[in-house]
Design a protein around this ligand. Structure first.
Ligand code: 7TS
Length: 414
């Protein structure tokens, strides 16, 4: 009997990613910014090319062969994504351009229809701006108030405060599954069941989770789950909103236009079935098909193996980074409770200087506020450096990062 090894061989995985074969500034490319966007395997790039070369046509309207091929590939991708996150039906899967659009869809459609003065929207201190700003915009229009769950010094959600703030005034809790700065994995299942006890619904921002953890929206018990395809080996311009079917059915459309209608007169329009009611206009067809192929690719490797590989990488990175003089690492969640990101600063060196210095060594990291300014304020910093890992990263790349950071510390720090 063949015993399937659980260990992911990143050296083998890397061969699937053409970009990882290139050099920058004469150095091997070391890509440690997958939290911003992941690299794409050849099968995804090929799928997009094949769409344009062989069956490029609009979906849901053509009466000819290639239009039927485009429609069936687009709908097959929806089916694959439903399976990937264990959604009960493909009708609960709405294609969007990414997490940002998915959250805006819920804020404008559900929020505008359901929020009133006196209602509360519960966010957390570790949200990305895309899970803050849409709620502010909708709060201004509806008179609802935003309340914020603080985090502990360790970078974990303060669950006592969550329970204290979770009153019957709260109508929606919008929480990130994994922080894009601290890497903290939040107990979203527990958050959903507590929120439901007071009659609130929950939107989970899965931008940093879906690429890295096995996701089961039914086990989590969330009402909405938003994700970005481009962070999980899929094309840019691809994303998904999962929504509970009864909620999606009760919600007004977000955008109006072609495709989302059943009948239109100047007096009245009736709307299409789910999920088309929320997909006005020509959708990102090639991107959605590419995302379907990305999901096949990740599934074939195994999300459990990807997760195990990332725990190993983060544990190794935390251990090695601590060797650097003057380093501050943000967030103390242990590797098992953290996604593949590590944010840090070294002494007084500006993180942008660090990133530029590393770039000369072929190493890509992100520096800045990571679209999480309230979180930066919580830790009293303007910006941090951030290394983020994915299935194609190796311990050797972390060694190269540490070596380059040690040089940077000598260069800038003295
Ligand atoms: N939510 C979280 C938690 C994110 O990390 C991001 C993007 C988004 C939402 C928005 O996703 P989009 O695909 O709609 O743009 N985060 C990052 C990042 O950390 N660096 O660049 C983008």
């Amino acid at each position: 009997m063949l015993v399937k090894t659980m260990v992911l061989n990143a050296e083998v995985v890397r061969k699937d990613f053409p970009i990882l074969q290139r050099t920058v500034h004469g150095k091997r490319l070391i890509y440690l910014d997958s939290a911003a966007t992941s690299q794409k395997p050849k099968c995804v790039i090929d799928a997009e090319r094949e769409f344009y070369e062989r069956y490029n046509a609009n979906v849901h309207r053509g009466a000819y062969l290639i239009a039927e091929e485009a429609t069936s590939a687009y709908e097959a991708a929806r089916e694959k994504i439903a399976k990937f996150i264990n959604a009960p039906s493909k009708d609960c899967i709405v294609f969007t351009r990414g997490t940002t659009e998915a959250i805006n869809l819920v804020a404008y459609s559900w929020g505008w229809a359901n929020l009133r003065e006196g209602d509360e929207i519960l966010l957390t201190e570790m949200e990305h701006h895309s899970n803050i700003v849409p709620w502010q915009l909708i709060a201004q229009r509806t008179g609802a108030k935003i309340k914020v769950v603080p985090i502990t010094d360790d970078g974990l959600l303060d669950l006592d405060e969550f329970e204290r703030l979770l009153t019957e005034r709260v109508k929606i809790v919008a929480v990130t599954h994994v922080s894009n700065v601290l890497g903290t994995i939040n107990p979203v299942q527990e958050i959903c069941s507590k929120a439901h006890e007071v009659g609130a619904i929950v939107l989970v921002d899965g931008a940093q989770a879906a690429p890295h953890l096995p996701i089961d929206v039914q086990a989590i018990g969330c009402d909405f789950y938003a994700l970005s395809g481009h962070k999980m080996c899929g094309p840019t311009g691809s994303g998904v909103l999962y929504g509970r079917k009864d909620l999606l059915e009760s919600m007004p459309p977000f955008l109006g236009g072609g495709e989302m209608i059943r009948t239109v007169t100047f007096e009245k329009t009736t709307f299409n079935d789910l999920p088309y009611k929320f997909e006005a206009g020509t959708p990102p067809i090639a991107q959605a098909i590419g995302l379907g192929v990305a999901v096949d690719y990740l599934t074939k490797i195994g999300m459990g193996r990807i997760r195990a590989h990332e725990i190993e990488l983060v544990a190794y990175a935390l251990e090695r980074l601590k060797e650097i003089d003057g380093i501050t690492i943000y967030g103390f969640a242990p590797p098992e409770q953290r996604g593949g990101v590590v944010a840090f600063n070294i002494g007084e060196i500006h993180p942008h200087d660090l990133a530029t210095f590393l770039d000369a060594h072929g190493i890509c990291i992100r520096a800045g506020h990571h679209c999480a300014q309230p979180l930066m304020r919580r830790f009293d910093v303007a910006a941090t450096a951030r290394a983020s890992f994915y299935l194609y990263n190796t311990q050797e790349e972390i060694d190269a990062l540490v070596e380059a950071l040690e040089k940077a510390e000598k260069f800038f720090g003295r």
